[in-house]
Design a protein around this ligand. Sequence first.
Ligand SMILES: Nc1ncnc2c1ncn2[C@@H]1O[C@H](COP(=O)(O)OP(=O)(O)OP(=O)(O)O)[C@@H](O)[C@H]1O
Ligand SMILES: [Mg+2]
Length: 496
Amino acid sequence: MEQEAYEDNSLVLAAEDFELDEFERYHYFTTQDRRCIAKLRAHGPVLLKGARGCGKSALMIEASRGLYPRDNSSGAIGIYISLRHLGLLQSEGSKYIELFCNLVVSELYSQLDLQGGETDIDSVPELQQLITQIAVDNGKRIVLLFDDAAHIGREASLSDFFDVFRTLSNNLISCKASIYPGVTKFGVRFDVYNDATVVDVNRSETADDFPHLFQEILDRRFSESLRDEKFGRHLPKITVCKLLGMAVLGNMRSFIYSCNELITSLNGHEGVVSISHISRAFKQLSNNYFWPLLEEVEPKLGVYQPMVDPANQIAHILLEKAGEKGERSAIILREIGQRLNKPLEILEYVGFIARKEVSRAMKSRGRGTRYILNLCNLTEYLDQTRINSIITDKFLQFHEESVEFHRGSDLYKLELPEPLEGHDLDILDKPITILRKSNAYPYGLTEYMLSLLAGHNFDDLEALVNASDEDLLAIENIGPQILKRIRSTVNQAIWM
Ligand SMILES: Nc1ncnc2c1ncn2[C@@H]1O[C@H](COP(=O)(O)OP(=O)(O)OP(=O)(O)O)[C@@H](O)[C@H]1O
Ligand SMILES: [Mg+2]
């Protein structure tokens, strides 16, 4: 296999792709995270809500690591279940329930190392009975951690999921699920705020341990290429970590990308990290990661696909005005925000903006929602299209004002298209060549790997994702390593 110029694991972009024994080494959790993890382990339903890559899976995996069987001494069983299964995305009603039950049963049996598991369970009451029996047999309550339960634009099966989520719970079974901010349809029988505790994974940049968290991650992942000597007195490591963390709105995956981009920007340079290295890294991230991401998610949004265009326009309007004033915070009049809700959620989902306050008084009268903007995207709109120490100091000390968008603004005039009712996911029909290593898929498939797959009738992603491990391993020169790479790239393409 070709050599990669990155540190080991620097490009593992999903927490579930770590081997369990490596997970601990690369992950660090703050006091706030610990509180969230405690809720995930405790009894009672919890929805873990946050943008792509903010660290939801990491929190769920960490929660399961403190429960039986991963921790023998725990009084509760914890089963982490990824719902990234194509069948679940494509089915509804009783078909969905049947697939869902099969998945839960097979995870329970394999994680608890139980015999059997071939039982024909295809309804929630039967499933509940089986899980309750396992709890009784083990003398422990059971926590089910459903990862990737809900995606924007894939709402068909959601009411089925939330129905199960609610009805499966009893005094021995509790359900937890990770969801995205844009997911608002929970089905008719699920009242989110009554039926579950919603935990927001939004990380507060004003929290004392915010810089420390990002320094820990940097030290764990990039101990060689961003070692202490790479940082000088004027721009100490902790400040760089805070700046990078703030720039990507506290998003874990984007932070890892930003470290990789900073390393590229240093490009073997002997001296220490400077503002211009960071500025260059931000612009690269903006062009090679964030803007392409907005395009990349389009075929994954189903009914909301037409909202990507207006999301793009909104981003430009916000960035232009904020950049001109040298600010990174924007208040949008509530009435405008409500109308543009979907595209704004998409921008939040891809990490362009983060919602900070729902109702804030505006100078121009009225109330609005305050968002902060991603600094990478903002950099190009700033004076001289770069960041300097004056502006970074202002941001680092939170000495900032917000630009405001009221009725006279361009946002007010923006028209929205209709959602495409009943539209399926375009991503599944894309050719497998989109998985080629690129800005969108830095951990993607090499030409060699694609050549191995060629001629095996994988016309589109759907065919590839449906191929079994055995099918793929039967292809000449595909071994476990390449199989893992194919799976993780396909997963990224469809789910991330
Ligand atoms: N607390 C943490 N410490 C160190 N690294 C972390 C932490 N949380 C997340 N990461 C890393 O950040 C990346 C994204 O995290 P994770 O996969 O948990 O995000 P996610 O919210 O589940 O994303 P998605 O929405 O795509 O499912 C992963 O590479 C993960 O290892
Ligand atoms: Mg995840």
